[in-house]
Design a protein around this ligand. Structure first.
Ligand code: AKB
Length: 324
């Protein structure tokens, strides 16, 4: 039986997903009941002013526990992580934040008898040996990045805490997430966001992966929906816990550029692949998310056409106002 969620702590709340997820959680659970935390980046005015905000370091158990006690936290949404690109620049930091930080969250959740913990994983858990088309939920996990290694260990660690301590822990493997509010940082899929910003600002984009690189992607409203739907699912219905594939759309860079050209015909893309090409090549092109569909009713709403129109409208408006 799932326990009731009352007071939520969000780590990584200033990041690309955390910043929008925190506001959605505040709308659902009440502004004062969702405590946002970040490491050092200043929060946006809306994030800072709509509810409690603190700077913490997830690698320091004390700094997290202080907020847990102060706000009587019963649920943690742990978004803080070092992503694939930055993780390759500093593997030791990626291990520290992604593993030791996560272990702190899990230990605090166990010791404070939390109702629920949500810790996202990523398509980065896959690698050589994984079938790259329609990648099954349960398959070979041999990633080549430190981020991927930490996410595989993280999934296993979460399942260990579910089985050993009876904790309610959930997680989903995010694909590349595309959004118009907060820029992603340090990931391999960041090109799929940058391309929209550059299309609006400069009508050209120099892409760091090749034209035929095809990866699974998701628009932010679907990402928020997937995360909140998983949080609300009856625990007893879940056979998986921390490792759900969630699919939405898959496209290569040429297809994305052509979609943008429907709105901005003069838009041009050039290609200059860097170290992230090898990472992208080791990840799936599309995922099989039937476990998420069966166990908690996952169904995406956005496709590449609708997303592109919405992204360009939002960014175009901000550009006109001089805010981009
Ligand atoms: C990354 O590119 O590292 C992330 C991810 C897919 O988890 N966006």
């Amino acid at each position: 039986m799932a326990k009731e969620i009352k007071n939520i702590l969000v780590t990584g709340a200033v990041g690309q997903i955390g910043s929008e997820l925190t506001l959605a959680l505040r709308e659902k659970y009440g502004n004062d009941n969702v405590v946002a935390t970040g490491r050092k980046t200043e929060p946006s005015p809306v994030l800072r002013d709509s509810g409690p905000f603190y700077f913490i370091n997830v690698c320091s158990r004390e700094s997290v526990e202080e907020i847990v006690k102060k706000h009587d936290i019963d649920t943690i949404v742990h978004m803080a992580a070092i992503l694939s690109g930055d993780g390759e620049k500093n593997p030791a930091l990626a291990w520290d934040v992604n593993m030791n930080g996560m272990m702190n969250i899990l230990d605090i959740a166990r010791d404070h008898k939390m109702a629920q913990v949500l810790i996202p994983s990523s398509i980065a858990v896959f690698g050589p040996g994984t079938p790259l088309e329609n990648t099954p939920n349960d398959t070979v996990l041999k990633p080549t990045t430190m981020y991927g290694v930490s996410k595989v260990c993280g999934e296993l660690l979460c399942d260990y805490y579910v089985n050993k301590y009876g904790l309610d822990i959930r997680g989903l493997r995010y694909p590349g997430i595309i959004s118009a509010e907060t820029l992603p940082g340090g990931g391999t899929t960041d090109y799929a966001v940058a391309i929209y910003y550059e299309a609006i600002k400069n009508k050209k984009y120099n892409c760091f992966v090749k034209a035929d690189t095809r990866l699974p992607m998701m628009y932010m409203p679907d990402c928020i929906k997937a995360t909140m739907d998983l949080m609300e699912a009856p625990f007893d219905n879940l056979k998986h816990h921390s490792d759900f594939n969630v699919g939405s759309m898959s496209f290569d860079v040429t297809t994305l550029a052509n979609e943008i050209k429907k709105h901005i015909p003069e838009f041009e893309v050039s290609y200059d692949p860097d170290f992230r090409q090898a990472i992208a090549d080791s990840w799936p092109s599309s995922v099989d998310d039937s476990a998420a569909r069966e166990e908690w009713g996952w169904a995406p709403s956005w496709d590449i056409e609708g997303m592109t129109k919405d992204m360009l409208e939002k960014l175009g408006k901000r550009h006109k106002e001089g805010k981009l």
